[in-house]
Design a protein. Structure first.
Length: 404
């Protein structure tokens, strides 16, 4: 009778105390659910393709412009920051979840310390270089904010679950990019033909010209229904992977055959543009990114890369690299604008590729600038001297007959 009134032995309340119940330990499955979700999300953040520092989709940019009245560049930047923040905030929230923190204690403090470290680490793995100070600051702030939000919603599990799912879906959906199977097959066919013909391709600038001619010729021969825009897209994508960067295949949600990678890299290493072996990469990476997204995002990738290069240990800020990036952007726009423009550009290339028709003089533009030099001599990105050089690059691009 006494046990029925007071409950199980060992839980009889003392004077002035409320009855308590034992804390049920989490089951094995529940204990590992949080760490498993965290590990899965780290994998997503690592594999989600870069470079795309300004990779916001058009619907997000348009929505921000409509709501705030901001200009296109500002709206694109804000949309990108918001969408990228969603992924890093979710990382922070899942870190708090994985450590089982339900109140402010040592576990929650550990989560606040661990979340920004994980954010920086996964950013480093994704980008392929250690993030610059601004990237570290933004990543850390977003991760900590997500961790705090998860702790604040500890008493609202349904709301917290909805928030986690929503952030993850938003990040993955916004970052999604890809190409149709038809274009992938066509670009792969062009790439295979380029590699098969590589033994007869000379080194240097002549080799670059020959590869571009071959790519557009192969693409034209294999184009669906003779569509010149489709053929040019296939040629550009193949050249972007072969002469630019193999990770562009990942941006397109495709994979390059690992067995062909040494062959690709060997060919790329002996090709030049205006005597430089890095400028074909700048040109074709930007051309490929413009094909997969748009020119504004592509040039922003180039700007971010140059700002990173200006930090200690980098090769320095280069206006010549940016000009090569911009030329690649304009090339893709001219090559895919419409059928007449696509046909005219392809005919010009097949008649004899002359780099001066598509790439302005790069060798006299400033490069190798440290961050301090860039700000002191040119005023940074918004400086008057920077604007003068940017205007000169635009003038040179406008004078390239193949880009008109």
């Amino acid at each position: 009778m006494r046990e029925r009134i007071l409950g199980p032995v060992g839980f009889e309340p003392g004077p002035g105390r409320e009855p308590t119940s034992p804390v049920e330990p989490r089951s094995g499955a529940r204990r590992w659910l949080g760490p498993a979700l965290l590990a899965a999300w780290l994998l997503v953040l690592w594999l989600e393709p870069e470079p795309r520092p300004l990779g916001a989709p058009e619907w997000a940019v348009a929505a921000l412009r409509a709501c705030t009245g901001a200009g296109e560049p500002a709206a694109r930047l804000l949309a990108t920051l918001a969408l990228r923040a969603s992924g890093l905030a979710l990382l922070g929230a899942l870190t708090m979840q994985a450590l089982g923190a339900r109140e402010w204690n040592r576990r929650s403090l550990l989560a606040l310390l661990l979340a920004p470290l994980l954010a920086v680490a996964v950013l480093w793995a994704n980008l392929g270089y250690f993030p610059i100070a601004l990237q570290i600051g933004i990543a850390s702030l977003c991760a900590v904010a997500g961790a705090i939000a998860r702790l604040a919603l500890r008493r609202n599990p349904l709301t917290a679950a909805g928030l986690l799912v929503g952030l993850g879906a938003l990040f993955v959906w916004a970052g999604a990019a890809g190409i149709r199977d038809e274009l992938d097959n066509a670009a792969r066919a062009v790439g295979r033909q380029l590699l098969a013909a590589s033994a007869g391709v000379p080194d240097g600038d002549d080799g670059h010209a020959r590869l571009v001619q071959l790519a557009f010729g192969f693409a034209r021969a294999g184009a669906q229904d003779g569509d010149p825009v489709f053929a040019n897209r296939a040629a550009i994508l193949a050249l972007a992977v072969v002469l630019g960067e193999e990770r562009l295949a990942t941006v397109a949600r495709r994979e390059l055959d690992p067995a062909r990678l040494p062959e690709v890299q060997a060919l790329r290493a002996r090709i030049a543009l205006q005597g430089r072996r890095d400028w074909p990469q700048h040109f074709w990476v930007s051309a490929g990114l413009t094909l997969l997204s748009d020119s504004e995002r592509s040039i922003a990738v180039g700007v971010a890369k140059e700002l990173m290069d200006a930090t200690p240990g980098g090769s320095g800020f280069s206006f010549s690299d940016l000009a090569a990036d911009a030329a690649g952007n304009e090339f893709t726009r001219a090559a895919t604008r419409d059928a007449p423009s696509a046909r005219a550009l392809a005919d010009r290339i097949r008649a004899g590729f002359a780099s001066a028709d598509f790439v302005p003089e790069l060798r006299d533009l400033p490069e190798g600038l440290s961050s301090a030099e860039f700000h002191e001599r040119y005023g940074g990105l918004g400086g008057a001297e920077t604007q003068r050089i940017v205007d000169e690059i635009r003038r040179r691009l406008a004078d390239c007959p193949g880009l008109r």
